[in-house]
Structure formats: C-alpha cells, structure tokens
Design a protein around this ligand. Structure first.
Ligand SMILES: *Cc1c(COP(=O)(O)O)cnc(C)c1O
Length: 373
C-alpha cells in the first residue's frame, strides 16, 4: 500500500536527544548563497560573478588537463597554482596557501587562528559567511559598527589590552558596501593587534582596492585572502588562496591536511595557472567592469538612488522613496536578479553586481519604468 509523502516525517524532532544529528549541528545557522536559478536569459546581478567569461586560455588549459591524468590524484600541494600566484605578486610560493574557493581558505583560517575564547572583531555589515564560520567553530565574535557613512573606522578595533581580542577579520573592499580602506588604515589595524591575526579578505581588490600583499614581509600577523571567483571570472572553478608569512601558511596547511589533502582538482589547477598567465584578459575585463560601474552609478543617481562609492564589482544602493525588498521583487518579475539582505542597516538597500553594458542598460530601463510616477 503506497502512502503519499508530502512532507518527510522524521519520526522525531531534529532538536531532540534522539536525533541522528550531532549536538553541534542543531545550532548551526548556515550561509544562504544568492540564488542560482536554472532559468536562461535572466539578467543575473545578484551574486557578484564576473559578467565576462574567463580567458580562452583557461578553457583551453582545462580541456587539455581533462585529456591527461584524471585517473590520478592531483598535486596535494597545488604547487603550480601557488607558483603562478606567487610569480604574479612577486612573493615566494611557500607564502601562498591554495584552497577550494576562498570560502574554504577562510574557513581553515578561522579554525587555525581565531579560536582563542576571545572575541574576533569584524564589521557589523560585512560578508555574512564570517558569522557562519564563528558558529561552526564556536568562535566568539564582536560586531564593530560601521560609521554613519557605512565606512570601517579602524580606530574602533583598538583595545586598551589587545590580548582581549581574538583576532580581526575585514573585507577590503568591504561587502556588501563596496567601500575600500587605504593601506595606511590596514597598517593601523595590524599595529593595534600585534599578537593576533588580522585577516584581510580581498575578494574584490582588483576592482579598485589596494592589496595588502605588499605588507606581509613586515607584518607577521597579516593574512591576505583572495579568490579567482570575481576578477578572474572563475566562480565556477572554485579556487582561492591566502598569502602570509610562512608560520601562518604552515598552520593552514596543517588544517587542510587534517581535512582534505586535495582541495584543488586537476582541472582547477590547470585553469588557475592559465588565469594568471593571461594578464591582458584580466586587465581588459576588470577595466570594463570598473567602467560600467561608473556609468551605472551615474544612471542610478539620475533615478534618485543614493549609491555608495564602490571599489568592487557591485554597488550598494538605496532609494529614499521605495522599499528595497519590493523593488527587488519587481525587478525579479522582469527577469532581473539583484540581492536584497534582510539584515539590520542594509534592509533598505540593494546590492547590484556590475553586469555587461547591455545588462546594466536593461536594469536602468526596468528601474526607470518601476520608478516612473
Ligand atoms: C565572493 C566572496 C568570497 C568567496 O569567494 P569564493 O572564492 O568563490 O569562495 C569571499 N569573500 C567575500 C567578501 C566574497 O564576496
């Protein structure tokens, strides 16, 4: 006798002692990624992907790699990719750690450096995955408010006793504001926390920020994390890395080798190396994104939006006369996806990824219609 099952009945409460779940899992609040709908022809401006495809040399390198040796495990040290990153930045490959997307690199860094029982300091408005890692690894944290202009104020991260702090994580440029700090401010942070790791997440740095990688030789507490997902158009490949002095990189290697020895597969390794070899493609696509960002900013200001100055491949906007969630929904009905966060301080903002000129035009046209009196 068949029984229609419309909702799965586990037969017990997942929060009860009888659950199959470990106690730690019951309290987890996972990250919610932006939508990846399986609908063609959407104007997808919701997850900060690059609107341009990766270098053709990347695609070629992956195709070649696919023809040779997939039956073999990849290099557990991801040596070729680390060397490519090191050569690009003028550092040594031993100062580079590579992982399966910078999300994985960040997770390993949180585990390796921030479990002091002292609160990790982070901005109150920033990449929402940081709080998720704190939950996963039982890391205490303190959200330090951005100022009224939504800027990180580094002086607010100093404490009379720096050992009261478990570490600092910031995104520079910050997300979802797009605002960048100058390197002098990063140095001030590093000097105020000499005994703790300061993690600077540079996911968007190539769209107008200043990288702190040049500071690693002078600051043993600096870890810089970057990704190939944004400026190198490889969100689908999953490659990220961290740069720091050897003692920090060694800690990350220990975590990795206690978790998954092969985070970068053979295709990802080949693609990552090729991505760093094609500088022209990188320079052209990031210049195109920055150019579109300036045009879109002006067009949205003409429509009455307030636009935060952005050094990233997205802008954070607010319309004084319209509810942000309703605008996002109305855009969605027109086939345009933008990101709305139901979070304090940004609930009346929209984060809009920079698209191609055609995508930006479609957005401006749709908003013009929606805002017409
Ligand atoms: C996109 C993003 C990441 C994650 O990038 P992946 O390398 O794709 O995992 C990390 N930090 C910030 C701030 C991001 O916006």
């Amino acid at each position: 006798m068949g029984r229609a099952v419309s909702a799965i009945n586990y037969g017990f409460d997942v929060n009860s002692e009888e659950s199959f779940w470990s106690p730690a899992i019951r309290g987890l609040v996972p990250y919610v990624p932006g939508e990846q709908p399986r609908i063609a022809d959407l104007v997808k401006l919701n997850t900060n992907e690059n609107p341009y495809p990766p270098s053709p040399r990347v695609v070629q390198a992956i195709a070649t790699a696919a023809q040779h040796g997939l039956q073999l495990y990849p290099d557990p040290q991801a040596t070729a990719a680390r060397e490519a990153v090191a050569a690009y930045h003028g550092i040594a490959a031993e100062q580079v750690f590579a992982g399966n997307g910078s999300d994985e690199v960040l997770a390993h860094a949180f585990f390796a450096f921030f479990r002091h029982g002292r609160p990790l300091l982070m901005p109150d408005v920033t990449y929402s995955f940081y709080v998720v890692y704190c939950g996963l690894y039982g890391i205490a944290f303190e959200a330090v408010p951005l100022d009224a202009q939504m800027q990180i104020r580094v002086a607010d991260y100093a404490r009379a006793d720096p050992l009261e702090v478990g570490g600092v994580v910031i995104a520079n440029p910050n997300a979802p504001t797009g605002c960048a700090l100058p390197l002098a401010a990063i140095e001030q942070l590093l000097q105020s926390q000499p005994r703790r790791v300061v993690l600077v997440d540079e996911a968007y740095v190539d769209f107008g920020g200043d990288s702190a990688i040049g500071l690693i030789a002078r600051y043993p507490n600096l870890l810089v994390v970057q990704t190939l997902s944004k400026a190198r158009s490889l969100a689908g490949l999953r490659v990220g890395f961290a740069v720091g002095q050897r003692h920090l990189i060694e800690a990350l290697e220990r975590v990795k080798d206690s978790f998954n020895s092969y985070p970068l597969d053979r295709l990802a390794l080949a693609g990552a190396v090729a991505a760093y070899q094609d500088r022209d493609h990188f320079e052209q696509t990031r210049a195109a994104v920055m150019h579109s960002r300036e045009g879109l900013t002006l067009a949205l200001e003409d429509l009455g939006f307030e636009v935060l100055p952005s050094s990233a491949n997205f802008i954070l906007v607010h319309h004084p006369g319209r509810d942000a969630a309703q605008l996002a929904q109305a855009l969605r009905e027109r086939g345009i996806l933008v990101r709305h966060f139901k979070l304090p301080r940004v609930a009346q903002h929209l984060r809009i990824s920079i698209g191609t000129p055609q995508q930006c035009d479609a957005l401006v046209r749709a908003l013009g219609e929606l805002l017409a009196p």
